[in-house]
Ligand binder design. Structure first.
Ligand code: 5GP
Length: 212
């Protein structure tokens, strides 16, 4: 994996979005994907139960814990982590096929997964989404009405830990104004596409003509 991804022949960009639960990360990612057909979102596998309205194969690939652990032991995941008492992982075959196709890929993962991916793929761009305040985070968690009180408390405690990893990210986007945060994400995506590696890999004929 490391070889196939760190070579200049990889034409795409890889972005990781990390944020505490309730920072509004999923809404931002969905808006970004809607406006950008070239960007593909990695479908994570999880052992947590689907929330009301979540669809298997669309929001997550929902697996029983034994099946997840079996796939993990078979090397199916590029990264995996235990988050809020459940397992989550990124499909290695999917990422490899997207990278071979030169697609731009986005991962919505936690800080533990982000650290693992950065070791494997150093060119990855890590974006951290800040909520405007802890109060706003708590309000969003409660408003979505999908989790019980114990789960909300667990997620708030985890949010503090997640936030201590913000300095490891390449970019920080504050989700105070949704529209501004979306513009910021679009700028980051555009700039990551212009990085010399992906740019040069996308323009082999021009490089030849320029004698580079
Ligand atoms: P939720 O259960 O609210 O959908 O997600 C809980 C946390 O798990 C979020 O921080 C989310 O980013 C993270 N997560 C989702 N998919 C993955 C994954 O494939 N790998 C890792 N490491 N974290 C994930």
């Amino acid at each position: 994996m490391t070889n196939s991804t760190s070579t200049p022949s990889y034409q795409g960009s890889m972005l990781m979005i990390v944020a505490p639960s309730g920072a509004g990360k999923s809404s931002l990612v969905n808006a970004l994907l809607k406006d950008d057909q070239g960007l593909k979102l990695s479908l994570s596998t999880t052992t947590r139960a689907p929330r009301p309205g979540e669809v298997d194969g669309k929001d997550y690939r929902f697996l029983a814990k034994e099946d997840f652990l079996q796939e993990r032991d078979q090397g199916h995941f590029l990264e995996w982590a235990e988050v809020h008492g459940h397992f989550y992982g990124t499909s290695k075959p999917w990422i490899e096929s997207q990278m071979q196709a030169g697609s731009d890929v986005m991962l919505e993962i936690d800080w533990q997964g982000a650290q693992q991916i950065r070791k494997l793929i150093p060119s990855v761009q890590w974006i951290f989404i800040f909520p405007p305040s802890i109060e706003a985070l708590e309000e969003r968690l409660r408003k979505r009405g999908q989790d019980d009180e114990a789960t909300i408390e667990r997620r708030l405690a985890a949010a503090h830990i997640e936030l201590t990893h913000a300095h490891e990210a390449d970019y920080i986007v504050v989700n105070d104004s949704f529209d501004q945060a979306l513009v910021d994400l679009k700028h980051i995506l555009a700039s990551s596409r212009l990085r010399s590696g992906p740019s040069m890999a996308r323009n082999p004929a021009l490089l030849k003509r320029l004698g580079v």
